[in-house]
Design a protein around this ligand. Sequence first.
Ligand code: ADP
Ligand code: F6P
Length: 322
Amino acid sequence: MKQKTIAVLTSGGDAPGMNAAVRAVVRTAIANDIRVLGVHRGYDGLIHGDMIPMHLRSVSDIIQNGGTALFTARSPAFMTEEGQKQAVDTCKKFDISGVVVIGGDGSFRGAKALCEKGIPCVAVPGTIDNDIACTEYTIGFDTAMNTAVEMVDRLRDTTESHNRCSVVEVMGRRCGDIALETGIAVGATCILVPEIAYDFERDILNRMEFTSKTGKHHFIVVVAEGVGHVSDIAKQIEAHTGIETRPTVLGHVQRGGSPTLRDRVVASQMGYHAVKLLHEGRSGRVVIMKDNKIADLDMAQALEMKRPFDDELYRIAMTISI
Ligand code: ADP
Ligand code: F6P
């Protein structure tokens, strides 16, 4: 019987742990006598046939690295009918019978489009944002938060020395998970997330005043991107309180760095599961975490789901972070 070939690509914003997922895909495929091609720069590489055969040693010494050894891209060309047709032609030319797509929900939509055009795909959630409704966890989230915590701890040192207020923006696109968990972990006085409309007086001024009255004279305000400009919020705080306030945008540092144990392990489990699905002839599936276990779900159904916000965790933060 002819040896089966699958391809693996990373797409959208990179996330620490993507390398561990690619490594798991390659090694699980080889263990099941499946040939693997590593596609460069996400869907762009699929359009242009930019891919290389992967062996056991192609993925040695990458599990500890941030970024993605396959490179990634946001591919406007793949959003077009023509681009997708070219990608399908490439898959046929290289005899690819399945593609593992590692990325965020945008990349999942691309995988769905490929499936609809007859190329079996399985998607693996890789994004620091943890913003994919169908899964409790996305690869990269833990590392990004640990980086954010380290950075805010550093900020606290100088904020405390000067009795200042620091307003810190963390990433997350339209999702407040990084802000919420980081905020709890650094003991932020205020945490602003896009899921909950904030009131300047109630959620910032009153909390700072209470903190101050009870004897603490420096303040950390963690703001998720998508809530508003931290420099505007900082100016507003300084104008109302007279407390020197500095804005900081953590930015892309949150996307880099060596993945944490959690990201390496989850990525390994998810990559393994993805190949098992393709091996069993199951496509159009998304690998997910549910009740802390690896599972899978229909791709179309997964993309329809709405993301719940953890109100309980937010309440805990508001109670103890003061
Ligand atoms: P992420 O995967 O991190 O959410 P993007 O939203 O930028 O990142 O998506 C990554 C890539 O996936 C896009 O550049 C595009 O090539 C592809 N993609 C996104 N949405 C679609 C769609 N609706 N149809 C086809 N391809 C899509
Ligand atoms: O999706 C990951 C992410 O880092 C978001 O948190 C952020 O909004 C976006 O990507 C930034 O994208 P870019 O790398 O294109 O600036």
